[in-house]
Structure formats: C-alpha cells, structure tokens
Design a binder for this molecule. Structure first.
Ligand code: TYM
Length: 339
C-alpha cells in the first residue's frame, strides 16, 4: 500500500509537566503500534499548554523533552510525522473559525473545563481554557483524521470534535472526516498511586502520585512500594471502589507485561501486597530502562531533534494547509489574487 492510501492517525500530548506512565500506557504505547498501519501525525500541543499559566523557559524545555520522549518511546520519525503544534499556524486559524461556530453551551458542559476552572480563581480563568476543545478539534480535523489514539479522559473531547465536524459539514458541505476514538485495551485510565480514585495526571504535584517516564529506577520502585492499597489481602482484578489501588497495580502490570488477567491472578495467588508492589515496580523499571537510555542519547545530540521537528512541521503544514484552504473557500473568505 502506498503512503497516500493509508488512513490517518493524529494524537498529541501537552508539554505541561513530566510525562507519566499513564501517558505512556494510555497514549504513546498505542502510537508506536499504529505507525506502520496508518499515516501518523504526533504533535506536541504547546498551544494547549498556554490555557493554564506557564513559565516560558519551562515550556520551551518541556516541548523539546516531550518530542524526544516520543522518539524514545519508539516512534520512528521516518515513519510518523512528529511536530510542534505552534509551528503550523493552521491550527490556530482553524480554531478561530470553528470557535465562531461553536455554541457556548457545548463548551461549558466539558468536564475538563469544569475541573480545571474550579481549581483557579474565577477572574484568572483564561478564555482559552473554555475554548481548549475547539483547538483540539482543529488539530484533529485539519489532518482528515480517521483515528485518535488517546486515554479514556479524552472521550468527551472526541465527541465534541465529531459534533463540531458534523455541524460544519451540515452547514457548508462535506469537508471534514469524522474521527474515531482509539482506546487501549488495557490501561485507558491509569489511576494515581497516592489516590486510586483519581486519574494519574502530570499536572498533579503531590509526591508519590505519579510515576514519571524519566524517574530513576530507585524512585520508581519506591513510589510503587508506597502505593495506596487497602487493608485486605485479595489480589484480583475488580471494579470494587475500595480495591481500586490493587486493581490499578494489576492493570499497570497487565499493560506492561501483556499477560492475561487470569495468568496474572494465578501468579499472585497466595502472595501479599508487598510482593505485588515490588513486582510491578520492577516490571515498570524494566520497561523504562531502554526508553530512558534512548532519551539521554537524544538529549546529547540536540541537532537531530531540531531536524526531525523541522521536517515534521513542513510535512504537517502541507496537509493542514490543504484542509484550511478548503475551509476558507467554503465559508467565503476571499483568497489573495495577484495579477
Ligand atoms: P494530555 O497531555 O493530558 O495527555 C496525553 C495523553 O495521555 C493520556 N492520558 C492517560 N491515559 C491513561 N491513564 C492516564 N492516567 C492518563 N493521563 C493522560 C491522555 O488521554 C492523552 O491521550 N487534550 C489532550 C491533548 C491534545 C490532543 C489533541 C490529543 C490536544 N490536541 C488532538 C489527541 C488529539 C490532553 O490534554 O492530553
């Protein structure tokens, strides 16, 4: 099959903190699996990070770090297009156009907006936070994307993207492909180690909450040893809320080892929570070893990363500007004409 015939996949991560094993299990790992079957675009969504206050030097460093972690996770820049969102101005432009067609009610309903806005002083909540899903929809729709591999927390944003695409297609004629969400079979929602009833998040600062992809082996193991469990002793996959900690550890183990639930439960039969934490901690350490080694190699030769991002921006621009031209034409924006 030629490249042009493959269906497209688009996804992104915000450079707004340290990437966690939740980001890896929910998103990055799936991306690696998809890069042969699809034409993939993997974006570092720096403009999304601006929706909450950022330190400029930190944002700059994290943007490069996230791009390097894509490659370190196994995404091959020769197969997939890796780029920085703000390098392709079509994203902002389409976001403006689509925001003019978005009913405010759709945006106020978004749980991520409600969560994040409630954590800030009302006066300091930026308008960008409300409009966040429109920028995300623009990311996806610009590439006529078929599949979006993400974690469970992005479901509502994907539904919004489809609604918006349908609305546009209805008003102006078939323009956008309707994207499908691609969720991982295991680990679509990894929970915090300190609180197994809250999603593991890179923007949560509590020590012991998240395992970061660049944590040193002893730190990883220590965080798992301190993971919150319960006062029981059963080691089984379960939906029971009071056993969420154990279930989360088992889910991480399953995602990392690829073993069946049955095999895993058999393996831990008769063992204690201490064994469970130790085993999962070691499995995650092993998983991260090669990733960290590749990351440090990349960090040592910065020129390569710049070149990948420059090439990525060029490729992404080509595709995005084709869609944007169609949109401009459909809605009646006049193009530049020279005689
Ligand atoms: P972000 O940066 O919060 O997270 C990046 C990816 O990691 C997944 N994820 C998780 N998966 C499982 N368990 C967890 N605890 C966990 N935490 C995070 C997220 O679902 C996501 O796939 N809005 C997006 C970024 C974005 C985007 C896009 C994604 C912007 N434009 C276009 C896809 C397509 C976000 O905030 O992801």
């Amino acid at each position: 099959m030629t490249q042009g015939m493959k269906e497209r996949v688009f996804s992104g991560v915000q450079p707004s903190g340290n990437l966690t094993i939740g980001n890896y299990i929910g998103a990055l790992r799936q991306w690696v699996a998809e890069q042969d079957a699809y034409e993939c675009f993997f974006c570092v969504v720096d403009l999304h990070s601006l929706t909450v206050p950022q330190d400029p030097a930190q944002l700059r460093a994290k943007t490069r770090e996230v791009a390097a972690l894509y490659i370190a996770s196994g995404i091959d820049p020769e197969k997939a297009t890796i780029f920085v969102q703000s390098h392709v101005s079509a994203h902002s432009e389409l976001a403006w156009i689509l925001s003019c067609m978005t009913p405010l009610g759709w945006l106020y309903r978004m749980t991520q907006f409600k969560d994040k806005a409630s954590k800030q002083q009302q006066e300091s909540v930026g308008a960008g936070l409300l409009n966040y899903p429109t920028l995300m929809a623009s990311d996806i729709l610009l590439y006529q994307t078929h599949g979006v591999p993400v974690g469970d927390d992005q479901k509502q944003h994907l539904e919004y993207t489809r609604d918006l695409a349908q609305r546009f297609n209805h008003l102006y004629g078939e323009t956008f492909t309707l994207p499908d969400i691609i969720l991982p079979k295991t680990g679509a929602r990894i929970m915090g180690l300190d609180n197994p009833n809250a999603k593991m998040s890179k923007s949560e600062v509590a020590e012991g909450h998240a395992v970061y992809l660049l944590d040193k082996p002893d730190v990883v193991k220590k965080k798992f040893m301190r993971a919150v469990t319960d006062s029981g002793r059963e080691i089984n996959f379960t939906e029971a809320p009071e056993k969420a900690g154990v279930n989360n550890l088992l889910t991480i183990y399953q995602a990392v080892t690829g073993q069946s639930q049955q095999d895993i439960e058999m393996y831990f039969e008769g063992k204690g929570y201490g064994d469970l934490k130790k085993t999962v901690g070691e499995a995650v350490t092993e998983l991260l070893k090669p990733l960290q080694a590749r990351y440090h190699e990349l960090a040592d030769e910065g020129g390569y990363l710049d070149e990948v991002l420059a090439r990525g921006a060029e490729k992404a621009c080509e595709v995005a500007s084709t869609t944007l031209s169609q949109v401009r034409e459909r809605i009646g924006l006049v193009g530049v004409h020279r005689n």
